[in-house]
Design a protein around this ligand. Sequence first.
Ligand code: NAD
Length: 489
Amino acid sequence: MKKVMNFVHGTWQASAATEYLAVVNPATAETLASVPLSSASEVAAAAEAAHEAFQSWRRVPAPTRIQSLFKMKALLEENFEEIARTITLECGKTIGESRGEMRRAIENVEVACGIPTMMMGDFSEDIASGIDSMMIRQPLGVCAIIAPFNFPGMIPFWFLPYAIATGNTVIVKPSEKVPMTMVKVFELLEQCDLPSGVVNMVNGSKGAVDAILDHPLIKAISFVGSTAVAKQIYARASANGKRVQAQGGAKNPIIILPDADMAMTTQITADSAFGCAGQRCLAASVAITVGEARHTYTEAIADAAVSRVVGFGLDEGVQMGPVISVPSRERIESLIQQGANEGATVVVDGRSPQISGYENGNFVRPTILSNVNPKGNIAHTEIFGPVLSLMHVNSIDEAIQLVNGGQYGNMACLFTSSGSAARKFRSEVDAGNVGINIGVAAPMAFFPFSGWKESFFGTLHGQGHHAVEFFTQTKVVVERWPKTWSRQF
Ligand code: NAD
């Protein structure tokens, strides 16, 4: 059985962990590897290696540091298919979705290649007589990245390229469910001329995370995962004096007005709700129809749910893979039942499907619940599976009110052909990522990934300028150089 290794101080190291977990292909139930639950002392060794590397890495000029990112970009492109395949094997999404994920990862490397410009400071001459002032950006030190299971290739890249390009060193803690993708990535990072200790990887779960949150040499935490854990991470790391950005869960609403292009809306909202088997923090989870949109949309989305091709993500023509684990499948199925118990109609029921050839996989087919009670539990619980809940209102104002009543604020989308409705929605909706006739409003790498409310804890988000600000601290210098002190020329 292949054991996943840690990468510390430029070398692959077998963990001394006594406990290992199985890494399982969710479509076939085949065990692919085992992953160690590394201890606090292994985290400490990585923190010390990263701290030592920081002393010289921070002094390497930014234009030299980004040469490693150009290499990284080239190597990720060369090994694109192999990494995408690994994502599909351990995470379950289709190969097309895995390719899309890696494309988004690479975009972040490309954007971080602009660090020499992005981390430039400010200078003001003569702020007082004979006095000048400047603001410079300096790196923080050792930064840790704690990732969720659903985008094993992309999410560490919301942070890693910016952290190292700005002169920090990094420890990545991948999700214990999908650690193999980052192993492939680190095999490439090894070839990027980064000094030993600049990038490190420690595998594990809560124990390793707690050790990261408590270690005094670790100065910043970038976390992505569920809201319950994000809150704990934010509280504990902040109490320890660290800078924290913690992205949490979601329950993303989409509003469909009667004037929407129904064919396009159906296709892209089905992709949003059922793509990645609904295991996307930007998956549409609640569709709110307004007025006459109700009947046409319900019929069309039910057809789209029924006709979606579900199977193993490496097989030709498959549009949706399994969910990550057996407990996950059981949780999704019980939430569907809870929705029905709360009065919803199960229009399309995806529970317990038979997927020929993959009888042991964790499959749930696309599911549609209609007449979902807006005050019920199911309307507010993140299902994180291929389940779309339908609600109905009579006006856009009512719809926006319903959206803004939710506790999450990761994404909200509107489907319409009316510019003024779009403008009103964009302005009034309480969500950090907004889509107009877009099903998955994922910001490109040069924009921040802007979750709000219970979907984000912190101030600066991942990606783009926010990442540059997060990974640097500002220093303001005020200078006086009296003429009498210098030789006159
Ligand atoms: P999770 O919260 O279970 O795990 C995330 C990370 O935290 C993993 O590395 C895990 O090892 C660690 N962890 C788990 N429990 C912990 C604990 N009690 N203490 C310390 N560390 C702990 O999340 P997941 O199931 O891997 O991912 C799915 C969740 O992530 C969903 O809620 C989804 O919405 C969210 N997500 C959010 C975004 C976003 O940008 N907002 C993006 C992707 C996923």
